[in-house]
Ligand binder design. Sequence first.
Ligand SMILES: [Zn+2]
Length: 338
Amino acid sequence: MQRSDFIEPTGNAALQSIVPIGHFTQTDQDYNSFAQSKIDSIVLPTAINKVATQTTTVKCNGKSVKIHAIQTGTVAVKKSHITNRTAHFLTPIKISLDRHFTEFMPIWVWVIEHPEGNIVIDTGENANVANPGYFDPIGKLAAAYSKKNFKFKVSQENEIGFQLRQLGIKKDSIKNVILTHLHIDHTDGLKDFKNVEIIVSEKEYKNPSGHFPELVPNWFKPKTVRFQTDFVEVFNEAFPLTKAEDLLLIPTQGHTKHHTSVLFKTDECDILFAGDVCYNQEQLITNDLPGINVSYKETKNTYEKIKTYAKYNKLIFLPSHDIDSGQRLTNKTELEVR
Ligand SMILES: [Zn+2]
């Protein structure tokens, strides 16, 4: 089945915010010493089958908890955005010259029907991204870069607000929206969450990478949180998002300077909603660092922490653009570290 069978193309547009121009200042030393020519081994999604919301149920403190994987449209980027062995400052040029796009990748949003209230992790993309003037507010250079290097397919039916209504999840039942970072394919669904408490790491909010305040709603004033130390083994720091302390915001830096992930500790396994730590699980397993990074060194460090954690804990690993994330959630497929 073709993608067009399930997603109405609304035209191509692009975003600068995935690409933090101005942050490509490091050398590629860290990357080259680590990645070792993984460029040919990367597994890119080759097809996206019809994707409805995928739901699983886990036991959490003895109670059944539903988790939904909701796809809010798809995005395609240049292949060198996904994997790259160039010094940071050359990356935007290399991406712009790259004539090859990836297949369209999902933009996942996660919803946990937690006993303390429904939790939404990231908000995905919205259909307005296809409007010709959508990127005008961010300036000519960034807008031109975005239009050249990104493509979206997002319909109004793909938007998180629409899909939550389809699931019968009312806005006033949502306890919190958690943002892993402030790129637009994670924040463009915010328009559906006015008056809901939104949580962002204080560091990510105060020192974001590739964030455009012009593109978030003017009412956006999240609750910012600081990590507590000595909390989660391996990651050390965390902020408990629930009273039960089973849902934790943890630092997973690299994609942005203060990128975060959400760790859900259930009775049967742990689940890591990993944002843009990498673009698919295979990248993590093969130590293939993404082309887009604020810091290769920090991403490498984050990879090592996640893999160490997975050695000692049953862990389901769910990046935001991995075609297989929804299925790994429903099949409860754990990360196997080689
Ligand atoms: Zn991002």
